[in-house]
Design a protein around this ligand. Structure first.
Ligand SMILES: Cc1cc2nc3c(=O)[nH]c(=O)nc-3n(C[C@H](O)[C@H](O)[C@H](O)COP(=O)(O)O)c2cc1C
Length: 393
């Protein structure tokens, strides 16, 4: 029987599922409950020096839904409202009660050496397992020159990482923002400055739109709005891309996240180079109990594949990602139409002809393919309303 146990930088994890720094890790009572329910660890809601004011807006969330299901969540929430002492006491309580669970302290402070080092100095005396430097919050904080304002500057990221590393008694993960041209640039910079690992990704900076009845923003705070952070299923391909790019450029441990809603997403993050994963939005939508299906699904998958633990899955897909230039251009797929499913609506032919190729046509009440004209692009298979088209060699 495989195991979900894993080890990263000498830290032992019961399972690779952590709650990401967010509302589900904003209080000791909630974390206590999450541990009882089986989460392997938590990243605490970002802790800041007590004098850094956190005044929240209302409302602070907006969503895009499809058939009632949340596809993505946008938030403009700030950081922890609790004092540093609250967390020091809480960490002790949690570690005494749950000694096998992993606690990572997410931290952020103004860009001043003393501010970062004092915060780390205080938390050094607790039994946390690691730090996560929040260089990546995309709202509220950047206008105060912190959060993503740090993580979009290699210079400032290097500076703060080295301040923290000079005093930290525990491993230091840097939480990176996807809101940069090249995430590996900042990744390499903080690695040179001594970072022990990466957490990726934080939310994607976004704007949720305008309500055309009122002509006011969808996320409406007394008639105004601001740019927020997008999370959930819709950002998963961005998270996958960032984790893969980091892995292709570094061997440091990665805590992968962004849009994980089931074990399959987690398995893919691991195959792309993550050492463990973090989850936020899916828990905010469906509760802590999703941990049961995450754990059992991943465990069954490992067993089916004959893997003894996740280290055998880790990185397995990374060598499959290459440059466009190196892709085999001689491989050519063609659409095959399932005549029982096809309703002859002609949508595939219309889109094919309006997208250059003119390879599909309706003939004698049946869709046909002109192979000479077909570029093998696969668009028809994606837009068919009945999923009647498959791409085959
Ligand atoms: C409401 C909310 C609050 C968050 N607060 C923090 C935070 O305090 N610190 C942090 O590093 N990330 C924060 N995040 C980002 C999450 O930790 C995570 O990186 C992001 O949501 C992507 O994961 P997901 O798609 O599973 O939600 C927050 C996310 C949400 C939705």
């Amino acid at each position: 029987m495989p195991t979900l146990k894993t080890e990263i930088l000498g830290i032992e994890f019961e399972n690779p599922f952590l709650l990401a720094s967010a509302p589900p890790t904003a209080s000791i009572e909630s974390i206590d409950k999450a541990f009882e329910m089986g989460w392997g660890g938590v990243v605490l809601k970002t802790i800041t020096p007590d004098n850094l004011e956190m005044i929240e807006a209302s409302p602070r969330y907006a969503t895009i839904k499809e058939k009632g299901k949340v596809i993505c969540l946008q938030n403009i929430e700030l950081l922890s409202h609790k004092t540093v002492q609250y967390w020091v006491d809480g960490i002790k309580y949690l570690k005494d009660k749950h000694p096998t669970k992993v606690i990572i302290a997410s931290i952020m402070a103004p860009v001043e050496k003393d501010e970062w080092q004092n915060l780390v100095g205080t938390l050094n005396d607790t039994s946390i397992d690691a730090y996560e430097l929040n260089f990546s919050c995309p709202h509220g904080m950047p206008e105060r020159n912190i959060g993503m304002a740090i993580g979009t500057s290699a210079e400032v990221s290097i500076l703060i990482t080295s301040w923290v590393k000079a005093v930290a008694k525990k491993p230091v993960f840097v939480k990176l923002t996807p809101n940069v041209t090249d995430i590996t640039w900042i990744g390499k910079a903080v690695e040179r400055a001594g970072a022990d690992g990466f957490s990726a990704i934080n939310t994607v900076q976004s704007f949720m739109g305008i309500n055309l009845d009122t002509l006011e923003p969808v996320l409406n705070i007394d008639g105004h709005s601001t740019y927020g952070g997008l999370s959930g299923e819709a950002i998963k391909p961005i998270g996958f891309r960032c984790v893969a790019q980091l892995r292709q450029n570094s061997e440091l441990p990665i805590l992968g996240m962004g849009g994980i809603s089931n074990w399959e997403d987690a398995a893919q993050y691991i195959a792309l180079g993550s050492d463990a994963v973090q989850v936020c939005t899916e828990v905010m939508i469906n509760g802590y109990e999703i941990i049961n299906r995450l754990k059992s699904g991943l465990l069954n998958f490992l067993e089916t594949k004959g893997f003894s633990d996740i280290s055998e899955l880790k990185n397995i897909a990374i060598q499959k990602i290459t440059s466009h230039e190196k892709l085999n251009k001689k491989s050519h797929l063609y659409p095959i139409i399932d005549k029982d499913k096809c309703i002859k609506c002609g949508k595939c032919a219309k889109i094919c002809s309006e997208s250059e190729y003119h390879a599909l046509y309706l003939d004698k009440d049946c869709m046909h393919i002109n192979k000479e004209q077909c570029a093998g692009c696969s668009l028809c298979s994606h837009i068919c309303p009945k999923e009647a088209i498959k791409m085959c060699l």
